[in-house]
Design a protein around this ligand. Structure first.
Ligand code: NDP
Length: 412
């Protein structure tokens, strides 16, 4: 496909919370995103986004129904609409199918989460990186993980590496949601993906090795109280997160990399019970003649993440604490963003978790549309110049701060 000719056309796949925010942000920038199509499995969700965008900005966007696991249908949709780029904001199960369709049609690709196989909770970049030579040969780019974490957290590291440190030795990424949605139990992004992520065995990286520790609901899980800017102290749990995989590969001199996420006692109690009774299982169970995957059934019962915004109050605080060497001295810096659920709702009709993911997804697309980030093949976020992305975060709703900080302890 003659991609330069199609510049200005973006195809967003998925119509959940994250896609809603990205579509709004693209619609706010008609000089860059001239023609927007949103395609998803359930057309009524696309219609709702289209209606809201028309009401807020007076813009008409296109919509389509698609099963993104069906590669021939995807190819047809791409050939009909002829986008410059596909922004994949459906689920991690679709990554390989959408990448395949992009290679076939010669269209750039962006996602916000790495590939997961429905029957294997272990996730890694290997299968997506295996597309590198085919993307390169086609002269197109795949930008992996352009959300907040992964995404902005990778860019924060690249920025710190470029401007603040000669060498980064210790990296701690801390993700805090200090908001309250008023539901007894709900997840902030897709329930199935969220529950798969938080129930897995935890890994962090130390001196060249992955160290395994118990999952967050285990009584031996590793956690500590951290004082977050603007929201105060929150219990933060060691968790495996995918950006660790690419960062330990790309940051020279790194000795340790950890990821922490806050969980309330209420959330943990629900997860423990659901896990103990088998409702988080990802394998099929026979029930009255039907094959049922418990976590998929559970997803059906839980609130849609995109519906949580209305009553959400409070803030998210996500950022990196990094310790390393600058001009022969040991220094520690904390780079973070604070995002307000209520403000996110007023602007886009969704909560801050979707907002903090959808905004960087739009910025990633903007980096390609404006030829600011160029390359052929499959890339992680930290492989590009962080400056234009950091500048865009400040302009488009996710301003960041850099402060001095105490180094975090080695053990808790
Ligand atoms: P939602 O569940 O709200 O939305 C997912 C959307 O994808 C739904 O519209 C769903 O359709 C659609 N979809 C699912 N399967 C298919 C398919 N086969 N074909 C077409 N459409 C499909 O999820 P979120 O918006 O909360 O999350 C979206 C993505 O963002 C996830 O991959 C998540 O992991 C990622 N994420 C990344 C973060 C980051 O910081 N990097 C943070 C948060 C999320 P239907 O309505 O029919 O189910």
């Amino acid at each position: 496909m003659e991609t330069e000719k199609n510049k200005g056309k973006i195809l967003i796949i998925g119509a959940g919370g994250v896609a809603t925010v990205a579509a709004h942000k693209c619609a706010q920038l008609p000089h860059i995103f001239k023609d927007i199509m949103i395609a998803s499995r359930t057309i009524t969700k696309c219609e709702a986004i289209k209606k809201d965008i028309k009401k807020r900005y007076g813009r008409d966007i296109k919509i389509a129904q698609i099963d993104a696991d069906n590669v021939p249908d995807l190819i047809k949709l791409i050939e009909d609409f002829k986008p410059y780029l596909v922004l994949h904001l459906a689920l991690p199960y679709q990554n390989l199918h959408i990448m395949e369709a992009c290679v076939e049609t010669g269209v750039h690709y962006i996602d916000t989460a790495n590939y997961e196989s429905p029957d294997n909770p272990h996730f890694e970049y290997a299968q997506q990186l295996a597309f590198h030579d085919r993307f390169k040969k086609r002269g197109i780019m795949a930008l992996l993980g352009s959300g907040f974490d992964p995404g902005v957290t990778n860019v924060f590291v690249a920025y710190a590496q470029k401007h603040l440190f000669d060498e980064i030795h210790y990296l701690d990424i801390l993700d805090c949601n200090a908001g309250s949605h008023g539901q007894p139990f709900a997840t902030n992004f897709n329930p199935e993906i969220n529950i798969r992520e938080v129930t897995q065995v935890v890994r962090h990286w130390e001196e060249g090795k992955w160290i395994e520790t118990p999952p967050i609901m285990d009584e031996k899980s590793i956690h500590f109280k951290f004082h977050y800017p603007e929201v105060g102290e929150r219990e933060s749990y060691l968790l495996y997160h995918e950006e660790l995989e690419s960062l330990v590969k790309h940051v020279k001199g790194l000795k340790r990399a950890r990821f922490w996420m806050t969980f309330s006692e209420n959330y943990l109690t629900h997860i423990r019970v659901l896990h103990n009774i088998g409702m988080t299982r990802i394998d099929e169970v026979e029930y009255e003649g039907a094959r049922v995957v418990p976590v998929k059934f559970l997803k059906k019962l839980l609130p849609e993440p995109s519906s949580l915004g209305k009553n959400y109050k409070g803030k998210t605080v996500i950022g990196n604490i990094m310790t390393g060497i600058k001009d022969g001295k040991v220094i520690t810096r904390y780079i973070y963003n604070v995002c307000d659920h209520e403000k996110a709702y007023i602007e886009t009709g969704t909560q801050a978790i979707a907002y903090t993911t959808g905004v960087p997804a739009m910025i990633g697309a903007m980096m390609l549309f404006t030829n600011t980030w160029t390359g052929e093949g499959v890339f992680n976020m930290e492989q590009f110049d962080p400056d234009p992305f950091m500048e865009a975060l400040n302009i488009y709703g996710l301003p960041w701060h850099i402060v001095e900080h105490e180094p975090l302890p080695e053990k808790f």
